[in-house]
Design a protein around this ligand. Structure first.
Ligand code: CA
Length: 632
């Protein structure tokens, strides 16, 4: 089976770069003095090749931090396992642009970009006063569901719900009113964390994150000081149950409040990235993103790709500029990553909202987003409009689909969600499905369609034309007609004649290549490197594995009769028991092996030591590795 990364030929047309750059310069907005810097996952000087990708050692990262410090750029923190640093320019005379220019010339820097500011995507504060529940009930009368008059068929779906999987839907937003009665049975609780003991009990890097996290102010209180997030969360919950008459039983979805937008509804890309990693690593399978703005951020695109490999759907509001996203992208909705669903807003009569962005290539469906009545802080309710309101309907429905079919992967959920829309003439050419969300169709499809494990590999290919102000774009001329061949089979000689500019400009990214170093702090340093007794071979095969009740995926780098090196983004702990299903190099068969996680000091990475291989398994591995290149 081919992996699809065999050879990537990327042709960059110069005029496109320049045109896009001009546009990018026009609307960029970023946190003053702040940068996101990604260090190379490669040994010095080599072009990106995921089979040789590895995390930078702590020492190398420390050396980089010192070099940056010498240039008056300080590290504010890092995701060391991702080789990524959040930095700030200390010198008031130095612009972000010149800091990027300086850092990009360091050999260990893969890219550097400004920390773009993003904003909530409603059309502006509550359109009228907020109401008490009593007031709401007096004017919706006997209606159970007053959020929209469009025929999305949510209440008709509720009696048919039969599943048991309480899908976690992360609301990446301004926070959620944790005391609001509508959420009494709906909020996610981190059961691995003991509240208020000042200890990171579950080892996820966040202390006392019992109810989510506040990335805007870096504390464990994701309460809402703005209103937008509470409204959005109420829509996701409200599509699954009657929020005006709360049923008083555990809801079908769990709302995970992740606050990164501040009290003005704005936030930094660095905090959005943290929230996405948090959601993906803590079990959320649907991420609602009713925010946007900023330029193309490779770091953000990598985080969304990470979510894809964690099997999480990324629902994004299309934007409120009456814009065609096909010609003028709106991020994050416009990232072409297979878990992204971009949502336009329609009104009660299924007409495209005047403010809504659209795009036949880049927006997938519409959903109600005009005059939506939902929860508001203080235990209240309010009307808001925007693609911000359209997205969480879709997020709630995706949660319902997972509730009904807990093993369906993100790729299939997305497909069924999109195939279940009501096709409407007014949406032809405006969204790729020409349709508006239909809850009943989507949930029925999840209930009746056999689970298909197919999930394509995805490699993030970055077109410099999308990048805007970032290290890969030279503002001093650069080269035209860049052509590069990267990927599997690319050797150093393939890269000859490819300028350093082009090397930096064209970057492939694979989340499977993400390092194992995430768990570095958890390993015991005194353990010696395990001795190798068997010949090791290079192998590029996918592996599905389970540790405890977590199902994860990764890539086998090398294999021997004694064990295997794997690349995965999962947090691994030394000594954990692991069950692996390794795909053969030709993709035709699978092998199940048991083992445990070990740390290799010499390789600076985690690996798996196999436990008592059965003789038929040993034979199979011997057969597989015949003809594969030996690993040194
Ligand atoms: Ca924790």
């Amino acid at each position: 089976m081919g992996w699809g990364y065999k050879t990537h030929i990327i042709v960059v047309i110069c005029s496109l770069v320049m045109g896009s750059l001009a546009h990018a310069q026009h609307n960029r907005r970023y946190r003053e003095g702040e940068l996101i810097v990604k260090l190379r996952s490669q040994p010095n000087g080599q072009a990106f090749h995921f089979a040789t990708t590895r995390p930078m050692s702590i020492q190398a990262q420390a050396a980089f931090v010192q070099k940056a410090q010498n240039r008056k750029v300080r590290s504010l923190g890092n995701w060391s396992g991702l080789n990524m640093h959040h930095m700030r320019v200390e010198d008031p005379q130095k612009s972000v642009e010149s800091a990027i220019d300086e850092l990009k010339n360091l050999p260990e820097v893969e890219y550097a970009e400004p920390n773009y500011i993003v904003d909530k995507l409603d059309t502006g504060g509550p359109q009228s006063a907020a109401y008490t529940l009593t007031q709401v009930l007096s004017f919706i009368g006997s209606m159970s569901f007053g959020m929209t008059a469009a025929s999305i068929q949510a209440p008709n779906t509720w009696p048919l719900m039969a599943g048991s999987n309480r899908t976690i839907v992360a609301i990446i937003d301004t926070g959620v009113d944790l005391q609001h009665p509508a959420f009494a049975n709906a909020l996610w609780i981190n059961t691995g964390e003991i509240a208020g003991n000042g200890v990171d009990d579950d080892g996820n890097g966040y202390i006392d994150d019992r109810q989510g996290w506040n990335f805007a102010y870096n504390n464990n209180n994701p309460d809402d000081d703005e209103g937008h997030g509470t409204h959005v969360a109420g829509i996701s919950l409200g599509v699954t149950e009657d929020i005006f008459h709360p049923p008083g039983v555990p809801s079908d979805i769990q709302i995970m409040p992740l606050k990164f937008l501040d009290s003005t509804g704005s936030g930094a890309t660095s905090d959005a990235i943290k929230a996405i990693y948090y959601a993906s690593n803590n079990g959320a399978k649907v991420l609602n993103n009713s925010w946007g703005g900023g330029n193309y951020s490779q770091a953000l695109a990598e985080a969304i790709t990470y979510a894809y490999y964690k099997d999480a759907l990324f629902i994004a509001a299309a934007g409120n500029s009456s814009n065609n996203n096909d010609s003028s992208p709106s991020y994050p909705a416009s990232y072409k990553i297979p878990n992204v669903v971009a949502v336009a807003a329609t009104d009660d009569y299924d007409a495209m909202a005047s403010f809504s962005n659209y795009g036949f290539q880049s927006v997938q469906l519409s959903s109600p987003g005009v005059g939506i009545l939902s929860t508001y802080p203080g235990g209240l309710y309010a009307y808001l409009s925007g693609t911000s309101m359209a997205a969480p309907f879709v997020a709630g429905v995706a949660g319902m689909m997972r509730h009904e079919s807990g093993t369906m992967n993100v790729y299939q959920i997305r497909q069924l969600l999109l195939s279940g829309v009501d096709v409407l003439p007014g949406l032809a050419g405006r969204v790729s499905t020409s349709g508006r969300l239909n809850v009943l169709n989507a949930v029925s499809l999840a209930q009746t369609t056999p689970v298909n494990p197919y999930k394509p590999e995805f490699f993030l290919t970055v077109n410099p034309a999308d990048r805007g102000l970032a290290s890969s774009i030279s503002t001093r001329g650069g080269g035209c007609g860049l052509v590069a061949t990267l990927g599997k089979g690319a050797t150093d000689s393939d890269d000859q004649g490819l300028g350093a500019q082009a090397k930096r400009a064209i970057i492939m990214f694979s989340i499977l290549a993400l390092p194992l170093l995430l768990g570095l702090g958890l390993r015991s340093p005194e353990k010696p490197a395990s001795r190798r007794r068997f010949e090791r071979y290079h192998m590029d095969s996918s592996v599905k594995f389970t540790i405890g009740d977590q199902e994860l995926m990764g890539q086998v780098r090398t294999i021997s009769l004694g064990g295997s090196e794997i690349n995965t983004s999962a947090m691994l702990k030394e000594g954990s028991v692991i069950t692996m299903q390794i795909t053969s190099p030709d993709g035709s068969t699978r092998l199940e092996v048991q083992g445990h996680i070990v740390w290799s000091e010499s390789q600076k990475r985690y690996g798996v030591a196999f436990d008592n291989l059965a003789s038929d398994v040993r034979q199979k591995i011997a057969l597989w590795t015949k003809g594969l290149p030996k690993a040194s």
